[in-house]
Design a protein around this ligand. Structure first.
Ligand code: 9MR
Length: 736
């Protein structure tokens, strides 16, 4: 069940009540998106056999002859919410270039495809308006509105306009129930750390709280402090502080009146398994190798993806997108970026860098667990190299393959990305992906990120594998030179069919970060003057890497001039102070407080990246408040938030488990697994860029713009750069 269906099940009595009290058709909530095609085709689709496009403001489809069943040729829209027992009215205008009868259908998108209505629609060349009614027998977020045109004797053109489906009593964006108003870290609190809960409560004076053990006995009491209105969530919040309790135990709950939190632990090492699970994410998503049951268990084992075994085209010889170059490269391996099967150098280099930085931190802070061979269940678990490095190398090897060979035009640059020609549907195991895949044109940003990760790789691997280290260094320096020769090859934002764009038209930050890494590794003065960026409260992301220069300097102070080191340290402490202030002033402890009041795509990674900066500040200063800030950021991620939601699968009673992923697709195919433990959902995103978010979240407060539904790629995807950040922070909070 999706979170929303669970919610509907939970509020069924309420819905029924409202339903009974409401005369049929009293509510005219619109349930289809873009029914006039004013904003183009999306989110409408048509069957593979039935090409369609918007033509003079209508959606027109070329229906082929030769299909048998009505559903073999369709135009439709998915993710339409339906409520059991509610009447719906479907209206539309349609025409056909031959006199035909098609069917108008409102039904569940997935088997058993239970229907709300299924009516014959006689069409002629003259556009005609139709109206049908029906009652839904199911409550679902996965309804479908479609015209079924299969079975045509001769081909014709079908056009559709002004589609509307009205009905239901739950206001679009409404009907949410977030469970207990007492919000805790649903995994648990470190016995030695602060322990706070956020409580949604309208009272303007403190209220009493009780901490209960697993048997229900009260072990501590106190009163809240009133935090007041929380801008990002819209909640009126109190804070309950039970830091004084240090007794280790499981099954604690916090009660405020009759409101009781989800259960949680107080533990000496609550993050021991998250540290490993957040890193295991990467093996699960390796491309070009079978994922062995011996390492992941039978449910997650799968054949190698994209190795050239049909129906895959294989990444072993991938041609350039026509018109960009005229060769093919072996770009097998690496990690799939996210819920899709694309592989992107900009993002891959950042994720690999963050894993390698986790290693460098472990080395410098003598965190032996982080250096352990055998930390992870991966094929390299007994090769006498720290597993976190083995995992990062899997990606770095791929990044190196993306570099343009010396004898080709733009030699030394890195191809921006490789991905499918068209988006594939769900579910789709990597080994079943039938799409042609192409190398996209080289970009300066990809080249510089390769230079940065390559330089870091060279430094780190000098200790473990000299030949690989030298290979990384050569690639990094070549990339640097190539980027300087071609400083403005930007990846375009419109290149986002079949894969993400990762577009960026300002690469001054990438130059600076690459220069910092290259200087740290080589000590060559030419790089020093090219470090031009600073850490600011805006932090860093795949697009903005300038802040990473300061993190590299702080990581390796002995390699930089002191007049670079001192200001970098100062900035890190001051930005971390700002994150702490932002965390403390809010009702929920998120160190990332966007200045524009909107959460961006992947907002949980803004949280983990801010936590990483606080972690580095702790390493520089040993000031406990920074460590507390990182721990409290974990509280936010693991349930102490406006949604009472843990964004990490497998961690917490109300944890995300329907993240957008091509084969962790249990929500749509029970034979497939849910995301494995330790997979971070992108989280609240004010942009609502996908139809599921648009259907279920309009009008949401920024901190509540999230739905745990596989169709919501803009709020609920997973991605390597988000999990690499979670892995860094999980290692930090786990380390002694
Ligand atoms: O993380 C990316 C986010 O910052 C962008 O706003 C978004 C749209 O361009 O793309 C995100 O990255 C996605 C990528 O383009 C394709 N693979 C999945 C990534 C995570 O959603």
């Amino acid at each position: 069940m999706s979170a929303r269906s669970r919610l509907f099940a939970a509020c069924l009595p309420l819905v029924l009540l409202v339903g009974l009290a409401t005369p049929a058709h009293a509510e005219t909530y619109e349930r289809v998106l873009n029914g006039t095609f004013a904003t183009g085709k999306s989110p409408w689709w048509s069957s593979g056999s039935t090409p369609s496009a918007v033509d003079s403001g209508r959606l027109c489809a070329d229906v082929p002859a030769g299909t048998v069943n009505p559903w073999e040729s369709m135009i439709g829209q998915n993710d339409v919410p339906l409520e059991a027992g509610q009447p719906y009215t479907l209206r539309f205008t349609a025409s056909a270039t031959r006199p035909v009868t098609v069917r108008a259908v409102v039904a569940l998108a997935d088997p058993p495809s239970t229907g709300t209505l299924n009516k014959p629609v006689p069409l002629t060349a003259e556009p005609k308006a139709f109206e049908f009614t029906g009652t839904s027998t199911k409550t679902t977020t996965r309804g479908q509105v479609a015209l079924q045109a299969g079975g045509a004797k001769e081909a014709y053109r079908l056009c559709l306009d002004d589609v509307s489906l009205t009905g239901g009593v739950v206001r679009p964006g409404g009907g949410w129930d977030y469970g207990s108003p007492v919000r805790v870290n649903q995994l648990g609190y470190a016995a030695s750390g602060d322990k706070r809960a956020s409580v949604v409560n309208a009272a303007t004076t403190p209220v009493a709280w009780q901490l209960r053990d697993a048997a229900g006995a009260v072990v501590a009491t106190g009163t809240t402090t009133v935090k007041g209105d929380d801008a990002m969530s819209g909640d009126h919040v109190h804070i309950a502080d039970f830091s004084k309790v240090k007794t280790v135990g499981t099954g604690y709950t916090l009660a405020v009146g009759s409101d009781v939190s989800e259960p949680f632990d107080i533990a000496r090492s609550p993050y021991d398994s998250l540290r490993r699970d957040s890193l295991a994410y990467f093996y699960h998503n390796r491309s070009g190798t079978p994922i062995d049951a011996e390492h992941v268990g039978a449910a997650y084992a799968r054949p190698a993806g994209h190795v050239g075994v049909a129906p895959n085209k294989g990444d072993t010889s991938v041609p350039c997108l026509p018109g960009t170059c005229d060769y093919s490269l072996d770009v097998s391996g690496g990690w799939y970026d996210a819920g899709d099967h694309g592989k992107y150098v900009v993002n891959g280099a950042l994720a690999a860098w963050q894993l390698m930085d986790t290693y460098e931190r472990s080395l410098r802070t003598l965190d032996f667990e982080g250096l352990r061979d055998g930390l992870l269940a991966i094929p390299e678990q007994a090769n006498h190299v720290p597993d976190v490095l083995d995992e990062a190398r899997w990606e770095v090897e791929f990044l190196l393959k993306m570099q343009v060979p010396a004898d080709k035009p733009l030699a030394g640059m890195a191809h921006h990305k490789i991905h499918d020609l068209a988006w594939t549907g769900h579910p789709m195991l990597p080994s079943n992906d039938p799409q042609p895949r192409y190398l996209h044109a080289p970009s300066t940003a990809a080249t510089l990120n390769l230079a940065a990760a390559g330089a870091q790789c060279a430094r780190i691997w000098a200790l473990w594998d000299r030949a690989f280290s030298q290979k990384c260094l050569a690639a990094a320096e070549t990339a640097w030179q190539a980027a300087n020769a071609h400083p403005d090859l930007y990846a375009p934002d419109e290149d986002s069919v079949g894969g993400g764009a990762y577009d960026d038209t300002d690469v001054s930050d990438e130059f600076s970060w690459a220069a910092a890494e290259l200087y740290a590794t080589t000590g060559k003065r030419v790089y020093l003057s090219r470090i031009t960026t600073k850490l600011t409260p805006a932090g860093f992301s795949w697009k903005d890497t300038g802040a990473l220069a300061d993190l590299t300097i702080a990581r390796l102070p002995e390699r930089f001039p002191v007049d670079r080191v001192l200001p970098a340290r100062k900035r890190i402490l001051s930005v971390a102070d700002g994150y702490l202030r932002d965390l403390r002033k809010q009702g929920y402890p998120n160190p990332s407080l966007p200045t524009d009041g909107a959460y961006a795509w992947g907002s949980t990674s803004a949280t983990t990246n801010a936590a990483m900066v606080m972690g580095v500040a702790y390493d520089l200063s040993f000031r406990r408040e920074y460590r507390d800030g990182v721990l409290e950021s974990m509280d936010y991620l693991l349930g102490r938030n406006g949604l009472n939601q843990s964004f990490v699968s497998g961690y917490g009673e109300r944890a995300s488990h329907n993240q957008h992923h091509r084969h962790w697709s249990h929500q749509i195919d029970p034979a497939l697994p849910s995301p494995p433990p330790g997979s971070l959902a992108g989280g609240p995103n004010s942009g609502l860029q996908d139809p599921v978010a648009q259907q279920n979240l309009p009008g949401c407060q920024p901190a509540k713009c999230y739905i745990d539904d596989i169709g919501s790629w803009s709020t609920n995807e997973v991605a390597i750069n988000w999990n690499s950040s979670l892995a860094w922070v999980a290692a930090f909070v786990d380390a002694r």
